[in-house]
Design a protein around this ligand. Structure first.
Ligand SMILES: [Zn+2]
Length: 78
């Protein structure tokens, strides 16, 4: 079994990015829960995490369905 997770610093980075990104006028899939139709689709899935194992460490990134991406990697651990 493979298991990937964000460490505390990466989680902090993710939460800050999400708070700044998931804003009306910034993300075209912004959803304040008031629209009768979910902007990103019926089952959601707006945010995707990517984990890339390299020879020196794990690269952790997150992307939004709108195309925005953020590098969450904690390079201090490399
Ligand atoms: Zn977005």
């Amino acid at each position: 079994m493979y298991e990937f997770k964000l460490d505390a610093d990466e989680l902090t980075k993710y939460l800050a990015w999400e708070a700044a990104h998931h804003v009306k006028g910034v993300c075209k899939y912004f959803d304040d829960g008031k629209s009768p139709i979910c902007p990103v689709g019926a089952i959601g899935g707006r945010v995707t995490f990517h984990f890339t194992q390299t020879g020196v460490g794990l690269i952790s990134t997150v992307s939004c369905a709108c195309g925005a991406k953020e590098d969450l990697t904690n390079y201090d651990l490399w």
